[in-house]
Design a protein around this ligand. Structure first.
Ligand code: SF4
Ligand code: SF4
Length: 334
């Protein structure tokens, strides 16, 4: 189903949602950065900048409580956090490279263990994607099978119209229901053209060939040259829409505290440290090898998908200039 909405009507719609007590999350200025964060008014929403971190944190927050514990005499009282209490959320202005990561993450969060914290947020959230009209040197969605107008993972897809406003396409029942519920704000398409999509300067990778090399080269001197300079800061994993490693710890005293889940990264030196002190990934190239293997071999072996949507964020933030697209290009040529 296709509809159209003016920017003024979109902002009125967002304010109506907020007035009804609905949680609306979208790109907004947050200090020096643009991040996906809850909006307090429609005027907070910004369209023209890719948020520094990805939209995954709407479903998989940086840190969240799983339960609280309290000592009660000889007993320990546990109080679970109820995922069913998570609010209904409209996640708006989502870049195609962020939205496309959600179905990829669904596979791991609903595999052997059903992560209710992630899955409840997913079921209570509508994702409204926004097609990109500009790309920078780091963007390479087109090299990993996506595009700046890709609707993968979006319930509704917005595209900028030449004369302002947006063309709106629904891609799921959830999207169609949203259009029906707010039909007064939308109009039928009047045939206006959409702005040209961004054109990242990236040609498609032969991902099968890359995986073929990875299958046979767990041990290879190339890993040293690829990743010796990685400092293990973890920034690449934290900004990535598809990275999903986490740790769980108990924080508090023996009398009371919380069990918390928080982001982790395979680039950290202690990520695979054993209780014995042995660390199978004792050097940084082994850790970076795991990053590439996980994204382009292990996840493919397990779920038939890649853990990279070509958003380019890891390239932009890496303090030592490691360029994952360049590395894939290098592997492809081998
Ligand atoms: S690996 Fe890098 S380019 Fe690929 S999705 Fe993650 S942050 Fe984006
Ligand atoms: S951002 Fe760069 S230096 Fe930091 S862990 Fe990732 S690859 Fe290594």
């Amino acid at each position: 189903m296709q509809k159209q909405i003016t920017e003024a009507n979109l902002r009125l719609l967002i304010d109506s949602l907020l007035l009804k007590g609905q949680r609306v999350v979208g790109p907004r200025q947050s200090g020096a950065m643009v991040l996906y964060e809850p909006l307090s008014s429609a005027s907070d929403l910004v369209f023209n900048e890719q948020p520094r971190r990805s939209a995954k944190e709407a479903f998989f927050p940086i840190c969240e409580d799983l339960l609280e514990y309290r000592k009660n005499g000889q007993q320990i009282d546990l109080e679970d956090i109820e995922p069913s209490r998570f609010p209904e959320t409209v996640l708006i202005g989502v870049r195609p490279c962020d939205a496309a990561a959600m179905p990829v993450l669904d596979s791991v969060f609903s595999w052997d263990y059903k992560d209710q914290f992630y899955l409840e947020r997913r079921s209570r959230t509508i994702i409204i994607g926004l097609a990109c009209t500009s790309a920078d040197d780091a963007c390479f969605c087109t090299a990993v099978g996506l595009s700046p107008g890709d609707s993968k993972g979006s319930d509704l897809m917005f595209s900028h119209l030449v004369n302002g406003g947006f063309l709106v396409e629904s891609h799921t029942d959830k999207g169609a229901l949203f259009l029906e519920s707010w039909k007064d704000r939308f109009t039928e398409p009047d045939g206006s053209k959409t702005l040209p999509l961004a054109q990242p300067e990236a040609t498609p990778f032969d991902l099968k060939k890359i995986k073929g090399w990875l299958d046979d080269h767990f041990e290879d001197p190339a890993w040293d040259s690829i990743a010796t300079r990685c400092v293990g800061c973890g920034a690449c994993a934290f900004v990535c829409p598809a990275c999903h490693c986490f740790d769980i710890i108990d924080e508090g005293t023996e009398k009371s505290g919380k069990r918390r889940k928080f982001w982790d990264a395979c680039g950290f030196s202690k990520f695979t440290n054993h209780a014995s002190g042995h660390n199978p990934r004792d050097l940084q190239p082994k850790r970076y090898r795991n990053r590439i293997m996980h994204k382009f071999k292990y996840y493919d072996d397990k779920f038939g998908q890649n853990l990279c949507t070509g958003c380019g964020r890891c390239i932009r933030v890496c303090p030592v200039g490691i360029d994952i697209a360049g590395i894939l290009e290098e592997i492809e040529k081998k």
